[in-house]
Design a protein around this ligand. Structure first.
Ligand code: ATP
Ligand code: MG
Length: 557
């Protein structure tokens, strides 16, 4: 047995478990590759304070092989870092920080490169330039999976007509298809979630270049990076933190390693734990760490600063939805910041209803059916899930966003909803969770874990949008009813004039006109509004009677 024991490199592990990273089918592999590169480009540009411009190219090399190229105008990557960033799994600049970024694990793009290498034998190709006048570096890199280390195939300096930016090219076994969960749809959603980005997309097979223009020239505010909040810190993390800290005393360790811990708060924690403030952190015994851990929740500590999470914002969500979908109604709602396990987060939701989302059968085939029933025939709504501005495409039913949407009672807002399912109708519903650390259920970052605090916030955002939709639908239904009533009345005007004309000599044209004008005026509420019409009809009738008295009557035979 002993002879068979040996270390497993992380690359070997993920080669065998590629499904954990989102490479379990050719179609998904293509999407994941685009996604990882796009996430990184947007992160890099934003972090450098640059309005992102991205170009995504998909080239079909053969039926089951594609070349993905993603280019950005970001800050570029310094030469020494390039091999590790792309040729080593679990290497990155984001894992050890608590800041709202799309990437967090240091796995994304290197895993995509590794998958490409595994399925096509081709290296990952990188071109990067960090500033005007500086050289552009061109690398071809493969991953040595046994060592989880980069091996450089080519390293050259080239001319590149850009001031700064990065271009990543990966060839892989993949499958391109349109429709749901396609690269096309993904990029459309990226554009909704990132109204400050310009995205150019060249789909494969000579299709036309797609351009998503910026909706705003303003970069979202840079999320403030924070230290972890002491509430919710795990015992093991606390232990490691005290081992690794540079601080000389327990009091200063608590203040520097955590957010919102002042000297006073640190003093209170330590006194409850029965530990001296000037104790050296490295010398704290395991039993004492446990006491410290138990003391933390007993002290009142201010919530983390909300500037560390940046939402898209109500207005931009609505405008983004309206640009991509010609709906008849759109609304949105952004919640105030909340905290799960010590990590701040914000939830926001938006929805677009009706308009182009509705199937065309409604007016042609079923003019008298209630709109609600017709809308319901469309099947479930489309749910767009976003985490830190990244659209999530797979594992919908495992996601907290899905669960909160299913658990919301949409019937009270005028939609049909089968038990335990999403509501039905011509609607796109968007939910965005922004956090310093999004709790994904797996490394492929496709589903948000079910933290009760998060479920609650999602539900509240959905309810807010639902209420606004409900009042719109009620108003619309009311107007439609009125319209229908009016048109029924209009249908009988001709007949009415005809009959009255037979009873008395009346100016038929004038009468017809008067009645039509009355019907047109009649747009308001039920009986009250119908009253003038009834009165007018009566007047006409009475008029006829008067006329009948004074003039000779044409007696119908
Ligand atoms: N286009 C780019 N421009 C600048 N830096 C980049 C670019 N792409 C990647 N990087 C750097 O390479 C690192 C590794 O990227 P990678 O996608 O592997 O991990 P990550 O983005 O940190 O986390 P995740 O696994 O969640 O995506 C990033 O943290 C970033 O510092
Ligand atoms: Mg990444």
């Amino acid at each position: 047995m002993g002879e068979k024991q040996r270390e497993i490199s992380v690359s070997e592990f993920f080669t065998k478990n590629r499904h954990l990273l989102g490479f379990d089918s050719p179609a998904r592999a293509l999407l994941t590759t685009v996604k990882e590169a796009v996430d990184n480009s947007l992160d890099a540009a934003e972090e450098a304070g640059i309005l992102p411009t991205l170009r995504v190219d998909l080239v079909e090399v053969s039926e089951d092989r594609y070349r993905v190229a993603v280019e950005d105008n970001g800050p570029g990557i310094v030469k020494a870092q390039v091999p590790k960033v792309f040729g080593k799994l679990l290497y990155g600049s984001k894992f050890h920080r608590l800041a709202q970024r799309r990437g967090q694990q240091g796995l994304g793009v290197s895993a995509a490169g590794m998958y490409g290498q595994l399925t096509t034998g081709k290296p990952i190709i990188i071109t990067s330039k960090t500033g005007k006048g500086r050289p552009a570096h061109h690398f071809e890199i493969v991953i040595d999976t046994a060592r989880n280390a980069p091996s450089i195939v080519k390293d050259a300096t080239i001319d590149w007509d850009r001031d700064h930016g990065t271009r990543v090219e990966i060839e892989l076994e993949g499958l391109y298809k349109g429709g749901r969960r396609s690269v096309d749809e993904y990029l459309e959603q990226v554009a909704i979630a990132n109204p400050h980005a310009e995205i150019l997309y060249q789909p494969p097979r000579d299709r036309e270049l797609v351009r998503y223009a910026r909706l705003t020239e303003e970069l979202p505010p840079e999320p403030v990076e924070i230290e972890p909040h002491p509430y919710g810190v795990e015992l093991g993390s606390l232990q490691r933190l005290l081992k690794d800290t540079q601080a000389r005393t327990l009091s200063s360790a608590l203040q520097t390693e955590f957010s919102r811990v002042s000297a006073r708060v640190a003093g209170e924690i330590l006194s409850i734990a029965g530990l001296p403030a000037n104790r050296r952190p490295h010398e704290v015994e395991p039993a004492e760490v446990e006491r410290l851990h138990r003391a933390i929740p007993k002290v009142k500590i201010q919530a983390p600063p909300s500037s560390c999470v940046v939402p898209i914002g109500e207005e931009l969500i609505r405008r983004g939805l309206e640009r991509e979908i010609r709906a008849e109604f759109a609304t949105s709602s952004t919640r105030p910041p909340a905290v799960y396990r010590g990590n701040p987060f914000i939830v926001e939701a938006g929805l677009a209803y009706g308009g182009d989302l509705r199937q065309e059968t409604e007016d042609d085939e079923a003019p008298h059916a209630s709109t609600k029933t017709v809308d319901a025939q469309q099947g479930p709504i489309t749910l767009l899930r976003l985490a830190n501005r990244v659209p999530l495409q797979y594992q919908q039913s495992a996601c907290a966003i899905f669960r909160a949407a299913v658990e919301t009672n949409w019937r009270q807002y005028g939609l049909t909803q089968p038990k335990g399912s999403l509501p039905q109708g011509p609607m796109v519903l968007l939910v965005h969770v922004a956090s310093v650390w999004v709790p994904f259920t797996s490394e492929s970052k496709e589903a948000v874990a079910h933290y009760p605090e998060m479920l609650k916030e999602i539900r509240l955002a959905l309810q807010d949008c639902g209420r606004k939709l409900g009042s719109y639908l009620r108003r619309r239904e009311h107007e439609r009813r009125e319209l229908r009533r009016r048109s029924i009345f209009e249908m009988y005007i001709g007949e009415l004039v005809e009959s009255l004309g037979k009873l008395a000599r009346v100016d038929r044209k004038k009468l017809q006109k008067e009645l039509a004008a009355l019907a047109a005026q009649h747009t308001g509420d039920g009986a009250e509004e119908a009253a003038p019409i009834i009165a007018a009809t009566k007047r006409v009738r009475e008029g006829v009677d008067e006329e009948a008295d004074s003039e000779e009557m044409e007696v119908p035979k």
